[in-house]
Design a protein around this ligand. Structure first.
Ligand code: C5P
Length: 317
């Protein structure tokens, strides 16, 4: 018998290549059609045996986050324990690279990594499908953080179907010091659209057939051509994010001046993701973006990358 002492899991942040949102359903969630791409900015969770479920946070934004039951990582461990009917505890050490409230699903990646880490640590043995169900209970973006790579999200964004993708895409991420709260961005979208809440699905007349960017993205990803992908980037939430944070208009304009192929606000923002041709082009765009001083940090990342996965597994003989 070999018990596991420590499990290290890594989960990626994401950008949304497209995002269409329609009037909210009765539960308040907006039906979405989005294409996610997981990018090389990671959240690391190391889980060790402990009496209770406890959390320690290091890295980007660590000081601004709660470490109790308000944290999605703690909630993930609690939900898994409840589901498995055990009484085990875990000490979680979370090291963050994905900024907080950035539109990159960092908190969702923390939850996904924790589900995998605690499942291994406790030997719960849930399959990927059961873990995906728990993930959807925790939040709309958590199932994608388990899957990673490129995928279409429908429903609340939690119904995931993988999308074939060829090639690596090089992104320049322009981040902001202050995050945006996702519910506020969706509320702003409602206000801008003045649509009535409560209808479950988009009506045919609301489906502007000239704007079905997901299909264009899905074929662009097969072609491995960033120039084609650039033309298909689209986000319905961008107008809401820019309305709440007008300086994002300057960030988008700066990406254009810096020579990016195209740029889009990621998810509910405020991170702006600018697509480039290749690694040297990304480095050049990032350099210009840094000197434009419109972002608190500028990072070059690549995608797609895999979803939450175990890196190390220290056993006890
Ligand atoms: O599921 P999650 O907790 O990540 O969602 C945060 C909030 O974002 C929701 O409470 C809701 O206000 C908004 N949201 C939405 N429609 C979605 C996803 C999120 O309105 N499809």
């Amino acid at each position: 018998m070999r018990a596991t002492e420590e499990v290290h899991v890594r989960a990626p942040g994401k950008v949304n290549l497209t995002l269409r949102a329609w009037r909210p359903r009765e539960d308040g969630y907006h039906p979405l059609e989005t294409v996610f791409q997981a990018v090389s900015l990671y959240e690391d969770v190391v889980a060790r045996h402990a009496e209770d479920i406890t959390l320690e946070i290091r890295g980007r934004g660590a000081d601004s986050l709660p470490t109790d039951g308000r944290n999605l990582a703690v909630r993930a461990a609690e939900l898994l324990r409840e589901t498995a009917g055990g009484s085990a505890g875990a000490h979680l050490t979370l090291t963050k690279q994905v900024p907080v409230a950035a539109g990159m699903a960092g908190g969702s990646a923390d939850a996904a990594a924790t589900l995998i880490a605690c499942d291994q640590l406790w030997g719960t043995g849930l399959g990927r499908e059961e873990l995906a169900e728990l993930a959807a209970e925790l939040g709309a973006d958590v199932p994608f953080a388990l899957t990673g790579m490129s995928a279409m999200g429908t429903g609340r964004g939690d119904l995931i179907s993988p999308v074939m993708s060829r090639g690596q895409y090089h992104w320049v991420l322009a981040m902001q010091e202050e995050g945006l709260a996702t519910p506020e961005v969706f509320d702003k979208l409602d206000e801008l659209h003045r649509w009535e809440p409560g209808r479950p699905e988009p009506e045919e007349d609301e489906l502007d057939t000239t704007r079905r960017p997901s299909g264009a993205v899905v074929s662009a990803l097969l072609g491995a051509d960033p120039l084609v992908l650039a033309r298909a980037l689209y986000n319905d939430l961008e107008v809401a994010a820019v309305s709440l944070r007008p300086e994002l208009g300057d960030v988008l304009a700066a990406t254009e001046r810096a020579g990016a192929l195209a740029a889009v606000v990621s998810g509910s923002g405020p991170t702006v993701a600018a697509l480039t041709l290749d690694a040297p082009h990304a480095a050049s765009v990032a350099g210009v973006m840094r000197s434009a001083e419109v972002a608190s940090e500028v990072h070059v990342v690549t995608g797609p990358v895999p979803g939450a996965r175990v890196l190390e597994h220290v056993g006890r003989r």
